[in-house]
Design a protein around this ligand. Sequence first.
Ligand SMILES: C[S@@+](CC[C@H](N)C(=O)[O-])C[C@H]1O[C@@H](n2cnc3c(N)ncnc32)[C@H](O)[C@@H]1O
Length: 239
Amino acid sequence: MEFAPARDPRLEECYFYHRMDLPGHGTVGSEWDLRDQVDEYLGHVDFSGKTAVDVGTASGFLCFEMEKRGAQVIGYDLSDAFDWDVVPYDGKPQREVIERTRTHLKFINNAWWFAHKALGSRARAVYGPVYEIDRRIEPVDIAVCGSILLHLRDPVLALERIAAVCRETLIIAERDVDRPIFIPEPERRPMDTWWLYPAGYYEAILKIFGFRQFNVIQHRQQHAESGQQLDLYTLTARR
Ligand SMILES: C[S@@+](CC[C@H](N)C(=O)[O-])C[C@H]1O[C@@H](n2cnc3c(N)ncnc32)[C@H](O)[C@@H]1O
């Protein structure tokens, strides 16, 4: 397992996707505020004494919260060495969009390391595409997929690979929809988002990969950037 070397970025080199309270720095971040409903987001799963991976960790709020609850955690994400699943309008992804996402990833990875230092975390980071997670980390007890599957061109392949490194419990948090929605369309050209699936779809997919017990909870989370409360679900799947 190749852990990413530690970074020590300055605050202005960071982008905090999550609103987080960092000792010595106050509250940072403006996009999503999961602080009030984090136990719902994580499906009320018991993390004590477990190993876990936070798949698509971004600025790491969930990773550090799992650690607070007693888990030994790996934060897994893309870095600026890898490409986002950009929607290939007109047959190929636009070069400038890929470059923009790489710059964004550098800032978001930096934020993880900034928070890691401020919180005195012992979590480790591994970088790579989700489709290669089974080649890049050793199996863990719990895998958390928070708001990542909507950004993937092939969520079934991703779940196959994540399931291969998940011994017990796989947690999916996604936007709550009552029917599947395919996001790309050539008029508005959203670039970084593909699918919204109801919890039942992911349940059906995870049955293929050996999961047998399922629980779904609904919760509302604060999209701090727009000031809206949005409906999400958390599906907890156990073998
Ligand atoms: C919307 S953020 C979710 C952050 C956090 N998991 C949460 O639930 O608050 C999506 C995360 O997935 C990561 N991601 C997107 N596509 C990925 C891919 N193909 N492989 C690995 N990570 C990916 C992004 O870099 C980002 O950190």
